[in-house]
Write a protein that binds this ligand. Structure first.
Ligand code: ARG
Length: 254
């Protein structure tokens, strides 16, 4: 009995040391989330955000992950195209950016379990009558995408639109303006964001479930960072089980 107690105490002491060796010892008490905050409802800026000016579903999830680790969440906002490099080089701890988990990206990063299903949609002018399917985009339409988004590769590689018919921008927020002012016939972008942007700008959303496959969002970490990945997956599992993810989707106006 006594022996057992001593042994338990020794194990406890060793594991406390092991934990502090992994988490403490000069390492920051911040968890840095890389994102591109031009993607409502997942991440956007607002005067009073959840973390500084940043708000959205991903910010709320990342905040819970940070809390579970007793850390403070820091948001690093950058271009979407630079996020994979930022997490692979350790500039940020993880990427929470409505990022679709796919094989191409899996070559550079590890993904958490998925937490949201989306697909691409087409955002067009409210009176547009000639775009009802993705195939219609091939009829000489000028189409906007955001550089490096899955919408970019779908328009480029799957639909194979002519290069001079594709306009690549850095932010979805900006490119839908060009649908509004008639410079573009359509923007191809993720469903939830497309709906939010269309609503805010008096535009229309066209879906095509046959052409646009389901995409699963996941959080990315540096390849091999299983310690963080497990913590992320634990929080995601909890938030799925207790309905928090669904509640966030409603709260942020899915
Ligand atoms: N789901 C798309 C992708 O992974 C778009 C994500 C854009 N996210 C953002 N935070 N801007 O390519």
């Amino acid at each position: 009995m006594k022996k057992g107690l001593i042994k338990a105490a020794a194990i406890a002491a060793v594991s406390v040391m092991a934990v502090s060796a992994l988490t403490g010892c000069g390492k920051s008490d911040k968890l840095v989330m890389g994102t591109n905050a031009a993607f409502p409802p997942f991440e956007f800026t607002t005067s009073e955000g959840l973390v500084g000016e940043f708000d959205g579903i991903d910010v709320a999830i990342a905040n819970n992950i940070a809390k579970s680790m007793d850390k403070e969440l820091e948001v690093a906002d950058m271009e979407f195209d630079g996020l994979i490099a930022a997490v692979s080089t350790g500039k940020v701890d993880m990427v929470a950016a409505g990022m679709t988990a796919n094989d191409e990206r899996r070559q550079s990063v590890d993904f958490s379990d998925t937490y949201f299903t989306a697909s691409q949609v087409m955002v067009v002018a409210p009176d547009n009558a000639d775009i009802t399917t993705a195939e219609d985009l091939k009829n000489d339409k000028t189409v906007g995408v955001v550089l490096g988004y899955t919408g970019d590769s779908i328009v480029t590689d799957n639909l194979q639109l002519a290069e001079d018919k594709i306009v690549r921008a850095n932010r979805g927020l900006d490119i839908v303006q060009d649908v509004k002012n008639g410079k573009l016939d359509a923007v191809v972008i993720d469903s939830a964001t497309g709906k939010a942007l269309a609503e805010n700008n008096g535009l229309k959303v066209i879906e095509d479930a046959e052409a646009f496959e389901a995409e699963e969002y996941a959080i990315a970490v540096k390849k091999g960072n299983t310690e963080l990945l497990e913590k992320i997956n634990t929080v995601l599992a909890e938030m799925k089980a207790n309905g928090e993810i669904d509640a966030l989707a409603v709260q942020y106006n899915q």
